[in-house]
Design a protein around this ligand. Sequence first.
Ligand SMILES: C[S@@+](CC[C@H](N)C(=O)[O-])C[C@H]1O[C@@H](n2cnc3c(N)ncnc32)[C@H](O)[C@@H]1O
Length: 220
Amino acid sequence: MNIQDIKMLEKQDFPEFRDYEGKGRFGRGKYINRGNWVDYPPSHHFETGLITLDIVSDLIESNKKLLSVGCGNAYLERFLVNRMGVKKEQISLADYIEPEHRPPKVPEDFKSYFFDMYQEWPALDDSFDDVMFPDSILLHSHPKEEMEYCLYWLMENALSNLQPNGQIRASPSCSSEHSCPTSVYKNVRDMLIGAGHNCQSEYFPDTDLLVVRKSNGVRK
Ligand SMILES: C[S@@+](CC[C@H](N)C(=O)[O-])C[C@H]1O[C@@H](n2cnc3c(N)ncnc32)[C@H](O)[C@@H]1O
């Protein structure tokens, strides 16, 4: 399967994206606006590199577990199951409904959690090989002085729920106009290492992709 196949299949599965022209957030694609939140088709997340075909193969071959925080209507996650061969049991969903926002339609047949990711996280039943934040962090919506701490909080919590050698993948900025300074990512990495996490991180500004890898389970 390649990106063109994904675009064709997602239009069949989710006709609401039939006018989606691609290139997601940094291009001119059309998305679904569900009140205050925008939902993206699966191909968007392949185009930003949030998820790759290699990650999908690895999920399937190694029966890995994925947590998606801020899944919204879970278009990507449903596509992974319905079209790409990932088992539903491998995916856990998480989202949070603020009273002023229209709730997402988190599919009921997936394991799902409801919590505000900026508050204390509940104990989750599993630990995960991959934790992703698919366009759910929206860092630019936080005051500049809070951006680092917000991102640190999310990475710290995700790391706590991650298996050794697992990875976190996030698209944190939301828009090229509002992308936050790259120093934020460097400082967050330094804060994580300072707190004893044995991890590495990399930020790809062109697609707004942050990858944090947990080296092993040992805290220094
Ligand atoms: C831009 S939408 C993206 C939805 C979906 N991941 C996608 O790519 O289509 C952002 C999602 O993050 C969720 N979200 C926002 N703030 C959150 C919070 N504090 N805790 C958990 N989820 C949150 C929203 O409910 C929404 O579903």
